[in-house]
Design a protein around this ligand. Structure first.
Ligand code: E4P
Length: 222
């Protein structure tokens, strides 16, 4: 299971990449605008932070087929490997995903709101599918629809991976990991919630206090 960060916040990427096993970083146009930096600068900073084995997913901004392909070809060249182009599953986007597959450009089909959209993007050769889990919850059972997509792909023998996106709480992430999803992309604020539990800090304080009382020192060895 790949655990990916959904952010363009270089400080958060640096911090979380230091103590967690991070498979890569996803961005989208809105996420990049939140950095308030020039897009090419922020992407270059993220590339500097990632190892060549970690994946980077960058989304096209243009919406017509020719424009998507023009940007996809450029995005795919940003790194020698593990570079993925995110393309929304519009009609133009689906056509571009097919062309990218023919040209050997790795893609992530994004802005997926239904199992059917995801399934069709997989059939066109997308490497990853990003269903918008929380946003799908506004239309019904978001988590259930992602699980349905997983089952459809498995039954069809598809090699396409699902990287669930658009999370708003830890429960949604846990539910999909439990369902056997191949990848999740999670914003830093939710990752920090997954890491932290107030009771852990209380337990650690108690260990230190008891040790200090008994041995009058704070370390194991004298
Ligand atoms: C990532 O690939 C998606 O673009 C992102 O998770 C969307 O998240 P949002 O629903 O919070 O905008």
């Amino acid at each position: 299971m790949e655990f990916v960060l959904d952010t363009a916040d270089v400080n958060a990427i640096k911090d979380l990449n230091d103590f967690l096993t991070i498979a890569g970083v996803t961005t989208n146009p809105t996420i990049i605008t939140k950095s308030h930096k020039d897009p090419e600068t922020v992407i270059a900073q993220i590339i500097d932070l990632l190892s060549p084995e970690q994946k980077l997913f960058v989304q096209v901004v243009k919406t017509d087929y020719e424009g998507i392909m023009e940007e996809a070809r450029k995005i795919s060249q940003l790194r020698p490997k593990n570079m993925y182009v995110k393309i929304p599953v519009t009609q133009a986007g689906l056509k571009a995903i097919k062309t990218c597959r023919e040209e050997g450009i790795h893609t992530l089909a994004t802005a997926i709101y239904s199992a059917a959209q995801g399934f069709l993007a997989a059939a066109n050769g997308a490497d990853y599918l990003a269903p918008y889990t929380n946003r799908m919850c506004n239309y019904g059972d978001g988590v259930g629809e992602v699980v349905r997509l997983l089952e459809m792909l498995e039954k069809a023998g598809s090699q396409t991976k699902v990287i669930a996106a658009s999370f708003k709480n830890c429960g949604q992430v846990n539910d999909l990991i439990e369902a056997g999803i191949q990848a999740v992309t999670v914003p830093p604020e939710i990752v920090y919630q997954m890491v932290g539990h107030p009771a852990t800090a209380i337990a650690v304080d108690e260990f230190s206090e008891n040790w200090q009382k008994e041995y009058d020192r704070s370390e194991f060895f004298k």
